[in-house]
Design a protein. Structure first.
Length: 38
């Protein structure tokens, strides 16, 4: 697991997954699958 610098946008998108920070004072990250309708 790589460390991401999150300053402005609390959500990062990588390889079809959204990494959302659950708490600003915690390193816990929620993995959410992105459903793409193409």
């Amino acid at each position: 697991m790589q460390n991401y610098d999150i300053q402005e946008d609390p959500t990062l998108f990588s390889e079809g997954y959204a990494f959302k920070i659950l708490s600003k004072d915690s390193h816990q990250i929620k993995y959410v699958e992105i459903q793409q309708d193409i």
